[in-house]
Design a protein around this ligand. Structure first.
Ligand SMILES: *Cc1c(COP(=O)(O)O)cnc(C)c1O
Length: 372
């Protein structure tokens, strides 16, 4: 059965094509250009101009540059949320540093403040203080902002907020992406808004963002010839793709609204089924509900729902497999409490696209009810 309903497909508004066409009409197919500036200005406006922004080729590139800007280098330890997509952790290894994985707490499913502090203390006792913390707003839910930023400040270890899934989310009315020294966004095809592929690096410190742009454009010195005093990357977003991003920023609020509507629909329609549950927003938390995740009573129930949906051409997916359970990171240090492993076993991401129609939601819910 071919897939008819995808987990999180792109959803374009009406102006994306116009901005891309402008790039064609002005022959601005070169990497930099007016759409890059326009997209960055729109992101800046979204953050009330309290953050500076560099749009890049991917969220992964943004994390790589963030770590580099914070001085992470060969042999360093970086404390990273375990329950996440591999792109939160992979760039740590690009720099020859070691990710140490930290399990989650149950309220937001993000990095556990207690385990994070244990890991920091252990490192200090061994004479090796971690160089950075990577905390994630998973599925759009902000992490324990107050606790985690307090720990970051107490130990003077900089925080990177991986907000790849959380554009449009906020905590106590402050937007996700702004809680660390550096925040990152992703505009991959499955995210809440997309440029087909892309990302952004955000920081209050303008110098950090300027340095990021320098590193993202091959670290070219000011000179008429090509001269380089350090190693750079080719990580800048192209002017064509930035046109899509500029259009997508104009519909972001609508996309958040639609994703939250999906969540409320699923939750309400399945509330009478005792073997299914959803996680609510704690007080002060606002999630963009990028993906609606349900929890079942067992691995078997989860798999029954997933395969029955698939047989009808409906894509769903288990929650992220924690990094400390991944073969590639099997030798890495970890601080675990069983929370993310349990979520991985019992959780399922449901179709969550902002273009889902009510009839499709009804079909999905009926199939789940029939399964149980
Ligand atoms: C998507 C994602 C990334 C990586 O973003 P790309 O733009 O795909 O490189 C990083 N972290 C998390 C949590 C993500 O979901």
């Amino acid at each position: 059965m071919p897939i008819k309903i995808y987990l999180s497909p792109p959803h374009l508004g009406s102006n994306e094509e116009r901005y891309v066409l402008q790039a064609f009409e002005t022959n601005w197919i070169a990497p930099l250009g007016p759409n890059v500036n326009l997209f960055e200005d729109k992101i800046g406006d979204f953050y009330n101009n309290k953050l500076h922004c560099a749009v890049l080729s991917s969220g992964t590139a943004a994390i790589h540059l963030a770590l580099k800007l914070l001085g992470v280098t060969h042999g360093d330890d970086v404390l990273c949320q375990s329950f996440t997509f591999a792109a939160s952790a992979n760039p740590i290894t690009y720099l020859g540093a070691n990710p140490i994985f930290i399990d989650s707490e149950e309220e937001t499913w993000n990095i556990s403040p207690e385990l994070l502090e244990d890991a920091i203390e252990d490192g200090i006792k061994k004479g090796k203080k971690a160089k950075a913390i990577v905390a994630v707003d998973l599925y759009g839910m902000p992490f324990k902002v107050e606790e985690i930023t307090a720990i970051s400040q107490k130990y003077n270890i900089p925080l990177i907020e991986d907000s790849a899934e959380a554009l449009g989310s906020h905590f106590k009315n402050t937007k996700c992406g702004s809680f660390g020294e550096i925040g990152i966004l992703s505009f991959n095809g499955n995210k809440i808004i997309t440029t087909s592929g892309g990302g952004a690096l955000l920081a209050k410190d303008k110098n950090l963002v300027q340095k990021a742009i320098h590193l993202a454009t091959q670290a070219r010195d000011q000179a008429p010839h090509y001269q380089h005093s350090e190693i750079g990357h080719n990580y800048r977003m192209s002017n064509v793709l930035a046109g899509i991003g500029a259009g997508q920023m104009e519909v972001l609020e609508k996309r958040v609204h639609a994703r939250r509507r999906n969540f409320e629909f699923y939750k309400d329609a399945l509330k009478s089924i005792s073997s299914i549950s959803f996680v609510d927003e704690p007080e002060g938390y606002f999630s963009n509900r990028w993906l609606t995740c349900l929890l079942t009573d067992s691995f078997e129930t989860r798999e029954k729902i997933r395969t029955n949906l698939l047989n009808k051409g409906i894509e769903s997916r288990p929650l992220w497999k924690p990094m400390h359970m991944q073969p590639v990171f099997s030798k890495n240090q970890k601080y675990v409490n069983g929370v993310s492993e349990d979520l991985f076993n019992r959780g399922l991401c449901l179709p969550s696209g902002s273009s889902l129609e009510e009839e499709q939601l009804v079909n999905i819910v009926n199939l789940i009810k029939k399964t149980i």
